[in-house]
Design a protein around this ligand. Structure first.
Ligand code: R5P
Length: 295
């Protein structure tokens, strides 16, 4: 096996290779003045190699997806035997159906393109809707980083009186998982998304947060709007300390500031995307999945 650490996940890819004790194929990349992407592997051939391309697709997601496709097709041309794409954050996974007539079913298009570029298997982490992403031709393994986040809170921050809260009923599985470690009980914040504007409103719902240390779990923090409103809501209901936890901290614009200003003690994420708050590493989780490949 050889690991190809893509330009978006150089550090994570190298960590995974180190944990697996396998060689990497260094990648040179650049953007031309007009914005087009260029990729070159520092290798003569990949004949008979099982290669693993590690490339997250956080913003600028279109560029990172193109780089991923260039790397996969290049590995195919260089005669790789098997191509696994490790895509910790899978862009476009929120457009997992046609919410409105005439809309593109974006995640389907991306998966089709990757398949055509020779990707045989995808490993991702807490993708937005695992049931949908697993419905296409390429086998997708969706790992969960939630236990790692929960361990962080257990050992580093919250020893006492914790409660785990998810953003929306659909994300309840995240806090069920977290509660196996934090053991303080769980609930969900009821949310409603306007399919035209994308705006999320939080419904009034009494939560078991009074005088408790609350960890709010979400898969993604993008604009931070959803998490900032959630922090405000649980604070209003008498929570003691509130922590914002997410697997993929995209943290666009002033999202961090908005969440902290609304009363969060800390925002914790993983290193699924390059970011300043990714204190929890998913490298071991991914290495383990790669090591048990085909087992
Ligand atoms: C939505 O379904 C996701 O789980 C997140 O809650 C959402 O993507 C967060 O977006 P933002 O940070 O822009 O509110």
């Amino acid at each position: 096996m050889k690991i190809i650490p893509g330009p978006a996940s150089k550090e994570l890819g190298e960590k995974i290779a180190e944990l697996l004790n396998v060689q990497t194929v260094p990648v040179f990349s650049k953007a031309f003045p007009d914005g087009e992407s260029y990729i070159r592997f520092n290798a003569e051939s990949l004949q008979n190699e099982d290669v693993v391309i590690v490339q997250t697709t956080s913003p600028p997601q279109d560029q990172r997806l193109i780089q991923l496709m260039l790397m996969a097709d290049n590995a195919l041309d260089m005669k790789a035997n098997d191509i696994t794409a490790v895509v910790p954050y899978f862009a476009y996974s929120r457009q997992d159906k046609r919410f409105l007539t005439g809309e593109a079913f974006s995640i389907k298009t991306i998966l089709k393109l990757l398949e055509h570029c020779g990707v045989n298997r995808i490993i991702t982490v807490n993708t937005h809707n695992p049931a949908v992403i697993k419905n296409f031709n390429i086998p997708v393994e969706d790992l969960s980083a939630v236990p790692l986040l929960a361990e962080y809170f257990k050992t580093k921050v919250l020893a006492k009186n914790p409660v785990s809260v998810s953003m929306g009923k659909k994300a309840l599985s995240l806090v069920v998982e977290a509660d196996r470690i934090l053991r303080g009980g769980y609930d969900y914040i009821s949310t409603k998304r306007d399919v035209t504007t994308g705006n999320v409103t939080l419904e009034e719902k009494k939560l078991p947060v009074k005088n408790r240390n609350v960890v709010i779990f979400d898969d993604i923090i993008s604009s931070g709007g959803t998490m900032a409103k959630a922090v405000e809501l649980v604070k209003k209901q008498g929570a003691e300390k509130v922590y914002a936890a997410c697997v993929h901290p995209l943290l666009m614009g002033d999202s961090k500031k908005r969440i902290l200003e609304n009363g969060a003690e800390e925002i914790i994420g993983t290193d699924s995307v390059p970011n300043p708050i990714g204190k929890v590493s998913i490298a071991a989780l991914i290495s383990k999945a790669l090591a048990t490949k085909g087992a």
